[in-house]
Design a protein around this ligand. Structure first.
Ligand code: PEP
Ligand code: MG
Length: 757
């Protein structure tokens, strides 16, 4: 049985889509048990119905059509009781409800088990036999084990919207709105007309061809390369006013790839062996892509797409196949299997209001650009149907990752209303730009922003902020192929410090390891979150740490708005050792250069031990900042990157709140300032509690700044404190969340939380 089980699970996991997986499941289970029918129902929480999704033995035309109320029939009973049922003759059971279209009146014996994931009912699987009989213990055990194993697959499919997609697709007759589901990449709504993009030239289909005029071929390749460089530089320049420095540097990455010797030398060497430039290009790009694709880091894997895009562009120049001039009308929604950042750049600014892309992820350059431009985007839709052609109407819902094809008037009206609500909210928020971040009774809370991830360094918003509360320095390290030199780092840091001066910039020392490995510094560990990461790596590599510290302090020369922050501190000796190295770097630079000041030094509280020792920590340093993303992960023992336990990850867990409160009290007792720079500071629900706890500053993603200011300006400190006292008596995260939602609604801030969990 075990082997059969393994084989079935493997086959299911290899299926191309959920529909296929379910069909394989019912066939294999029926065969394994030797039953006459096997059927799977999935539970639709929206309609509270069990929907027949696959069957082997019952009428196949009922798939997607037969729907049972949550308590209807034996399937409903299994779901309600959450336990296995083994019945000799189901037709005699008081709960039996006959759906004649299914054709189950001929079946008597029934064995059914619920499919549960995290205590939630996902569906019910039943096997049926025409004869009357009881299924034996081995068969029961087999079905229970299988249901438990496939639950995770179905839950995952549900998380990414595939289950709803399947419900809607199979029920299309009754559901006129055809929806595609993908990853919500850039929030917002767009109603417009599709412009479908197709790749310019296809590297895959280039045939191998020998040549004799090697010199001529080399010259042609050089010309194509130069034209591509000029094209990329022009796009970069065109977009520069819309992009942050960090985002602009991504175009430099493109240019550096094009200029790298390894790329052109490899291509030239193939040409010299007698291959024409087009297939030499194909081979080299293919080899490079393969190297990127085996890297376990999604950000770096995306670089494979950059390479592919660059390869296509060079090819199009080689083929004299200049990009087709597309006329972009207003309200264009770009649709394509693979849309590149450069495609978006080609579209006239302001005309593209939405993007739908079959591939890619939130780390891609396209996502980065779209976010910087505020264009609602859905990515990661498996495939785009052929009917989505130029001119077809679409609605893009970037909050839920949905795209509606040829939507009905009613749906368009509904979405127009949502767009109007958004516009009202944005207009209201815009009025807050110049207003102070203070409570109704005049308490000021400085708001800073987090930068580093290429998407959030929206410099226009940094003007509204009181400084940078977290600069994640690892990002520039990630987009290179070796550690940047001290001088390279100094230039980068100086740019940022200068752009903010005299406002403070808190630079975090390199926080690599965990889920942030560097391609040129691989760290392979069984348990990376508990392993060699953050300050641990830096103290073991003082040469890397000192280079970064020196670069930071040299960049600060004459500006003096630098603060340095140490991540992942779990024990006091790490602080002592880091301070020793900071002082060493400071004395060395002071001896070489004038006007160098020792910057204030801070520590991030990210692990439970640091919470309990926050009094000692605060005595040793100038300031403290809570990294609530990691603190939540480590306090609750929930991997922040693991989708399977995502429902347990909650920063509003009472244990997290109590840790925050204790830290604030300890740090204040030591007479130091404490801020928070995790995602909690960007969350309107959490902010009221943070103010009440006494945080001296909040650091958040730039896009949330005005929303958070609105919350702060809607409460008095007393109101916030009362709410905190009330919430501290609650024992469960969902109760905390519910109470905070009520409070926001009560104070007219409901529009900030619509669509949140
Ligand atoms: C945090 O852990 O809260 C934090 C701000 O750091 P990062 O998200 O970069 O780990
Ligand atoms: Mg962290």
């Amino acid at each position: 049985m075990l082997n059969t089980l393994r084989r079935i699970v493997q086959e299911i996991n290899n299926a191309h889509n959920l529909g296929e997986a379910l069909q394989i499941l019912v066939q294999r289970v029926r065969e394994a048990i030797g039953a006459d029918a096997c059927t799977i129902f999935l539970y639709d929480t929206r309609t509270q119905q069990h929907i027949l999704m696959a069957t082997d033995g019952l009428n196949p035309s009922c798939v997607g059509q037969t729907r049972l109320r949550f308590d209807e029939g034996i399937v409903g009973l299994i779901g309600q009781r959450s336990e296995i049922l083994n019945i000799e003759d189901a037709t005699l059971h008081p709960q039996f409800s006959l759906h004649t279209e299914v054709g189950e009146e001929a079946f008597h014996a029934l064995l059914g088990t619920p499919i549960m994931h995290h205590r939630q009912l996902l569906g019910v699987i039943i096997v049926q036999q025409k004869a009357e009989r009881r299924f034996d213990d081995t068969e029961e055990a087999f079905l229970i084990t299988l249901a438990a194993q496939i639950a995770a697959t179905i839950a995952h499919a549900k998380t990414i919207g595939m289950v709803t997609h399947l419900f809607d697709a199979t029920y299309a007759n009754n559901n006129p709105e055809i929806a595609l589901y993908g990853l919500p990449t850039v929030p917002g709504f767009a109603i417009g007309k599709a412009v479908r993009l197709f790749p310019l030239a296809d590297l895959h289909t280039v045939p191998d061809k020998p040549i004799t005029d090697i010199e001529g071929e080399i010259a042609q390749f050089q010309r194509a390369l130069d034209e591509t460089k000029a094209e990329i530089a022009a796009i970069g320049q065109r977009l520069a006013p819309h992009l942050s420095l960090e985002d602009q540097s991504l175009f430099d990455v493109y240019l550096r790839i094009l200029e790298s010797d390894s790329l052109s030398q490899d291509i030239l060497s193939y040409i010299k062996q007698g291959l024409w430039a087009q297939s030499a290009l194909k081979k080299v790009i293919h080899n490079h892509i393969q190297q990127f694709e085996i890297i376990d880091d999604p950000y770096l894997r995306e670089r494979a797409n950059d390479l592919k895009d660059l390869g296509q562009r060079i090819l199009s120049h080689l083929q004299n196949n200049q990009p087709k001039e597309i006329r972009y009308e207003t309200n264009t929604i770009l649709v394509g299997d693979e849309i590149t950042a450069a495609d978006l750049a080609h579209a006239t600014t302001g005309k593209v209001i939405g993007i739908v892309c079959a591939r890619g992820s939130t780390h891609s350059h396209l996502a980065i650009l779209a976010r910087a431009m505020g264009v609602p985007t859905v990515m990661g839709i498996n495939s785009i149907p052929n009917q989505v052609n130029d001119g077809i109407s679409l609605i893009v819902d970037g909050y839920y990752g949905q795209v509606f094809i040829s939507p009905s008037e009613k749906l368009i009206n509904d979405y127009q209303e949502l767009i109007q609500q958004e516009e009202k909210l944005e207009a209201h928020l815009d009025e807050l730009r110049r207003l102070p971040s203070e409570t109704l009774d005049g308490h000021t809370i400085p708001l800073l922003i987090n930068v580093g991830l290429p998407s959030d360094a929206s410099i226009s918003l940094t003007q509204e902020a009181d400084g940078i509360g977290l600069y994640r320095t690892e990002v520039p390290f990630m987009i290179r192929d070796s550690f940047p030199s001290e001088e390279e780092q100094r230039i980068l840091y100086r740019q940022l410090l200068k752009s903010q001066a005299p406002k403070p910039v808190i630079m975090r020392t390199l926080d690599i390891g965990g889920d942030k490995p560097l391609p040129y510094f691989p760290i392979v560990e069984e348990n990376p979150s508990l392993g060699w990461r953050g300050i641990r790596v830096m103290l073991d590599h003082p040469e890397v740490f000192l280079t970064q510290l020196r670069a930071m302090m040299r960049a600060n020369q004459g500006l003096n708005n630098l603060r340095i922050m140490l991540p992942m501190i779990s024990t006091l000796s790490e602080i002592d050792e880091a301070l020793r190295l900071i002082n060493k770097a400071f004395h060395e630079i002071s001896a070489e250069t004038s006007d160098i000041q020792l910057p204030p030094i801070g520590v991030m509280i990210e692990v439970p031990s640091a919470v309990y020792q926050s009094d000692f920590i605060a005595e040793r340093v100038d300031f403290v900042s809570i990294g609530s993303n990691d603190l939540t992960q480590y306090l609750l023992a929930v991997d922040r990157n693991n989708a399977r336990v995502v429902n347990l990850y909650d920063s509003l867990h009472p244990a997290v709140l109590s840790a925050l409160l204790q830290t604030v009290e300890n740090v204040h007792k030591a007479g130091k300032l404490v801020s928070i720079c995790g995602e909690m500071a960007s969350d309107p629900l959490s902010v009221i509690l943070l103010i009440a706890m006494g945080f001296d500053a909040l650091s958040m993603n730039a896009a949330s700044l005005l929303r958070i200011k609105w919350v702060i300006r809607s409460f008095t400190l007393d109101m916030a404190r009362q709410l905190l006292q009330e919430v501290l008596t609650l024992s469960e995260p969902h109760l905390v969340r519910k109470r905070l939602k009520e409070a926001l609604e009560e104070y007219g801030l409901g529009s900030l939380i619509h669509g949140t969990k």
